[in-house]
Design a protein around this ligand. Sequence first.
Ligand code: NAI
Ligand code: MG
Length: 493
Amino acid sequence: MATKKNKSSIRPLRLGSEWPYAPAPESAAIARINEQYELFIDGKWQKPAEGTYFDSINPATEKKLYRASLATEKDVDKAVAAARKASDKYWKKMSPAERGKYIFRIARLMQEQARELSVMETLDGGKPIRESRDFDIPMACNHFFYYAGWADKLEYAFTNRTPKPIGVAAQITPWNFPLLMAAWKIAPALATGNTVVLKPAETTSLTTLKLASIIQEADLPPGVVNIITGAGITGAALVRHPGINKIAFTGSTAVGKLIQQETAASNKKLTLELGGKAANIIFSDAPIDQAVEGVVNGIFFNQGHVCCAGSRLYVQESIAPLFIQKLKDRMATLLVGDPMDKNTDIGAINSAEQLEKINYYIRLGKKEGSLHYESAASLPKKGYFCQPTLFTKVAQSSRLAQEEIFGPVLAILTFRTEDEVIEKANNTPYGLSAGVWTDKGSRIFNMSKRLKAGVIWANSYNLFDPTSPFGGYKESGYGREGGLHGLLPYVSF
Ligand code: NAI
Ligand code: MG
């Protein structure tokens, strides 16, 4: 129950450095943000049928950034019709090599405008500029490059079979990696000859709208990609629409279940990438300092707004006190604050609702009897921010150890044997990812066979590559995105 604050530093210092970092803000001037955005349907910007708009704010300042269109049933109808027409008239008929050229062109244009995209991503979503600039945007470009390469080689991806496009793909993305999730979905769909209607999350539409203008600039035939903005009602209308052939959804398990129910009696193909409660497992023979970095990266990266976040730490009992102390020391050096500052490690929580959800779990953890600890970082007065937080003495059955928090909150548990930790790690409704830290290669193989998780990192965490598939077990969803496997949900034979 006790709450302990780290009193060792007032202004965070970098390990090994004697002085605090001076602010190094990125300029927002490069981002040309419109006051209002329309819907991108049939290659044109079109007003929403009901004339309704909603605001998107910058979660670090709580100030309005732009207005986006709220697409309703009529707009969804129009977008699906445009995608169908584009499929029949242009995209399906085009030679695969030509399709590949268009995708390469999108990738190159994204790369040319990477700096602007990074700034937009940070302003709209709250993630540190360092992450948008060094991870989200380059990785999004790489997905387009990677799938562009597959476009004219599909017969090698599916040997002795003839892959055909499915038709119109409906794609719904979340707010934690807006442009990257759009890339994960659009690039393989186009490479396999499908057309797309995509809806980004309502708090982070900006980079997806910018992608729409890049697609326009790339001169993609009208209707091949349609971007409609809106909230849950827009997503629900898209899922219900009889004109779509495939749905790709990334978001909460609750909405994933609704979509599965909705499509149960239909012919729509479905892939779901949902929540997670990943175990990061540290054995006593692990390289301790690297493992501490891996744990920090696993849970505090992107404010913990990561479905594969290493939100449960299992540390072997013999090294637990040392490991937890090192982790606390490292937490004291994390810089929380202005996402536009290049030094910032932990930016803004995406929305007031999400911050409230995280705080709810912090209160719950204390009530459940776990030991609470947070870094001493001073938080900005305005905006949605959260201290990096950990809990020790967490019970396996507690909600803190079972439920997805989606914030910078780590639950620490201990174990003695390999069998014990496998049983504990597998004991949640989720199965998206896990991490194993040990010096012993055979143990890594054994663990990765027995852990029920789609992705398992060994002596590393949160590493991604367009060539590598990603997806879950159990309530983390099904289907794979990325790599060769990511083509499969978009073809029929
Ligand atoms: P959400 O699942 O409501 O939102 C994800 C996307 O689905 C958004 O584009 C949203 O507009 C859309 N959507 C909402 N209701 C829909 C419906 N009935 N039919 C079709 N589309 C719909 O997630 P939310 O509420 O933003 O976050 C709640 C929790 O979900 C988070 O705290 C986190 O635990 C989890 N989450 C997991 C993500 C992941 O990457 N797996 C991403 C975002 C959230
Ligand atoms: Mg926003």
